[in-house]
Design a protein around this ligand. Structure first.
Ligand code: ADP
Ligand code: MG
Length: 724
């Protein structure tokens, strides 16, 4: 037997790994946002008038006039060039979860053949990265494929450093020439505007006079795995699919919980510090980091920011995380389920809405009036999740997240809202008429401020809920770790806008009829809870009873796969939700359905091909070689008159045959064509392809338990997860 090179070499290489030496950076106050062209830098670099104008744009989102754009562009370029940048790039977020860039030089040559730098306002405001190669769904049909990028001035430009240069990065929207949104940023901005408009109505009806614009906030907790690159590089599945398509469970998994919040391994610690320093320079407020439940799994959470900025920062964080991990000899896995049988990764999206005048509207206030506002906004969320649960499921639907949702460690694929005991009781009392309006509006405030500003003790929280109130915000926990947070934020903002509009209509009628504010609020919330209270659930979301009761008694939907979830984007109610709020036109929404469906099908097909390839070229040869050794040994022993027990050889042969058979079936399934609809094609991927992939894997994983260790070509789970 000869040792397999790739895996054995990887094991050799890793034994003497030491943390990468990184030079310590300056203190936080000095490096904070040093690479960001933020308002402070603009104030310093611009004339008073130009600054006033850009500041207004930044704070209100109003379009930038051409003259100011020119001045800002010139100042931005000066600053970037002084920091070593020779290139600039509009950075944008196509409908997939990726981040896209197109780099251009500042350089132009003058008539003497010399080189100078130039960057005009029109280049800042509009770039043209030929959008034809980005997925645009049906928008491809209705428009020229060309796409445009334009700076989103509410998100500051920044410098990205690489080993040999620096580039000015300009956060941008991406649209077709007729103005249709081809990206994830435009809908997010629109959803925020829709939510603001609806929220203003409610606040006005509640007697508020001074109201700044409402903005949504987001703080995303990101989970990820680190695997030594020596191992990752000898696993084609990790390299191409971001997850292991094969691998038997290790003898020791996460049973002992000894990794969770344990000491961070030295190499990882150094990686984290390096990574966080980079984040600080970019003005990204990294706040906490720790080990997660599974071995090799970690989490990082920045402090929350305005949703639009948080979404840009989230994308940047994922990009930087991968690049920095590589530098430290790791592969960073953002996949939702890189290792079967081991906890998956999610991205908890903490979300709230507020204004600079009223504060956080999801924070119970200190006065009865504040609490009325709080209850209205909270009620609006309850209504939204109930009416649009399938939409919320659709925006977190990806081939990779399907491995996580519905497994008994991640939120169930049923959307319900957890409020906590005290708040649930308040809403139940309102529903059942047990709260007297004199209590709500009068001197007593039900002790809401005390009970609701409650112990934000994580132990007290229901971790099994996909959508939980956590003291002053909601936490959408079913979002996938590799996803952009924009889709979920758009859905949440839009459903909230719709509910606030509904509430405004009802309030207006009540108040017009002469009801007091408190009476009006209670009456509206009573109706709301009667219609939508079914979505509130405080029990164990993983339990079988809930899965049954949710569907049979509560009328909620259990939507297990992406194939089942994405068609929600075509439902009349969803089309109406997005067009009535102005967030997405029907054609923009349809194009999203098409792009997401295509992504789903493609990613399953790529994985299936990889399963076939790895089974045939890596696992079969190893297993066959081992079988040959067994047969030879048996023969030689027999010649000596010793009969060996051949049961292992038989088992190996059996599993080889099972694997070969399933591989052939999978190949045939992949060749199937002629689906009558996208829906049918997705269902075939979910029901016809995935189970066959699992069959191939089951046989291969069984072989891993028999084949001589030194012959096994793929790094094993225990190696990838435990060797640091
Ligand atoms: P936990 O793990 O207990 O959920 P973390 O502190 O890890 O808590 O993460 C909580 C996240 O929620 C952070 O990103 C935090 O900034 C964010 N957050 C806190 N308050 C709000 C709020 N009002 N709106 C949005 N996000 C918030
Ligand atoms: Mg959390």
């Amino acid at each position: 037997m000869s040792a397999n090179s790739g895996r054995q070499q990887a094991i050799q290489n890793i034994t003497n790994r030491t943390p990468l030496a990184v030079s310590p950076t300056d203190f936080l106050g000095k490096i904070w946002a040093q690479d960001v062209f933020d308002l402070g830098r603009m104030e310093w670099a611009l004339s008073k008038t130009a600054f006033k104008s850009i500041k207004k744009t930044v704070q209100t989102g109003e379009p930038l006039d051409a003259a100011t754009a020119d001045v800002v562009a010139a100042a931005m370029k000066e600053w970037a060039v002084s920091k070593g940048a020779k290139f600039f790039s509009h950075i944008f977020y196509p409908m997939t979860n990726i981040t896209a860039e197109k780099h251009d030089g500042f350089i132009i040559t003058n008539s003497d053949g010399g080189a100078i730098t130039e960057f005009s306002g029109s280049l800042l405001i509009k770039g043209e990265p030929d959008g034809s190669s980005f997925p645009n769904g049906s928008l491809r049909m209705t428009n020229a494929a060309r796409g445009y990028t334009a700076w989103d001035p509410t998100s500051p430009a920044y410098i990205m450093h690489t080993d040999n240069g620096a580039t000015l990065m300009i956060p941008s929207v991406f649209m077709s020439w007729t103005g249709e949104a081809l990206d994830k940023k435009i809908p997010l901005l629109r959803s925020n505007a829709a939510m603001n408009e609806a929220g203003q109505k409610v606040l006005k009806l509640m007697g508020e006079t001074e109201i700044a614009s409402l903005n949504s906030s987001c703080g995303a907790e990101q989970e990820y795995f680190l695997v030594d690159s020596n191992f990752a590089n000898s696993r084609p599945d990790l390299l191409l699919a971001g997850r292991t398509l094969f691998g038997a469970p290790p003898a020791k998994g996460q049973e002992f919980d000894d990794h969770y919040f344990g000491a961070i391994p030295a190499r990882v610690q150094v990686f984290m510090q390096d990574y966080e320093d980079q984040l600080y320079k970019l003005g990204i407020p990294a706040k906490t980091h720790h080990n997660e439940v599974a071995p090799g799994q970690f989490e990082i959470a920045p402090y929350f920011e305005a949703a639009n900025i948080a979404a840009d920062h989230q994308q940047l964080m994922m990009t930087l995380m991968k690049a920095t991990a590589k530098k430290h000899g790791f592969m960073c896995l953002l996949h939702e389920k890189p290792f079967a049988g081991i906890n998956g990764s999610g991205k908890h999206v903490n979300w709230s809405v507020g204004t600079s005048t009223q504060g956080n509207l999801l924070d119970p206030g200190s006065t009865p009036h504040d609490n009325l506002l709080f209850l209205l906004f909270c009620g609006a969320v309850i209504r939204g999740v109930h009416l649009h649960g399938p939409l919320l499921r659709a925006v977190i639907a990806t081939a990779s997240n399907d491995h996580r949702l519905g497994a008994n460690e991640a939120p169930p694929a049923i959307l319900s809202v957890y409020l906590g005991d005290q708040l649930e009781k308040v809403f139940t009392d309102i529903k059942e008429g047990n709260i007297h309006t004199s209590e709500l509006g009068g001197e007593m405030d039900l002790g809401l401020s005390q009970i609701l500003n409650f112990d934000r003790d994580p132990g007290d929280r229901n971790r099994t809920s996909p959508f939980a109130f956590t003291g002053n915000r909601f936490e959408f926990r079913a979002v996938g770790s590799s996803q952009s947070v924009s889709g979920p934020l758009v859905a949440m903002n839009t459903m909230l806008a719709d509910s606030l509009n509904w509430i405004a209509g009802k309030l207006e009628t009540e108040l017009g009829g002469g009801a007091s504010q408190a009476d009006a609020v209670v009456s509206v919330l009573k109706e709301l809870m009667n219609e939508h209270g079914n979505v509130v659930f405080g029990g164990d979301g993983y339990s079988e009873e809930w899965h049954k009761a949710a569907v049979e008694e509560r009328g909620l939907k259990n939507i297990p796969t992406t194939a089942d979830a994405l068609p929600a984007l075509r439902e009349a109610s969803v089309v109406e939700l997005f067009s009535s709020t102005g967030v997405l036109s029907p054609v923009e929404l349809e194009s999203r359905f098409e792009v997401y469906a295509e992504q789903y099908v493609l990613s399953i097909e790529v994985e299936a091909k990889l399963v076939i390839d790895m089974a045939q070229t890596l696992i079969y040869p190893a297993a066959a070689a081992y079988l040959a050794t067994l047969a030879n040994t048996s023969q030689s022993m027999s010649a000596m008159g010793v009969e060996l027990d051949n049961s292992v050889a038989k088992l190996v042969a059996q599993q080889i045959n099972a694997m070969v058979g399933a591989t052939a079936e999978l190949g045939a399934a992949l060749a199937k064509e002629g689906f009558s609809s996208t829906e049918e094609h997705m269902q075939f991927c979910a029901q016809g392809i995935r189970p066959l992939m699992d069959q191939v894997r089951a046989a291969a994983d069984a072989l891993e338990g028999y084949v001589a260790d030194e012959l096994w070509p793929l790094p094993k789970y225990q190696e990838m997860l435990f060797i640091k």
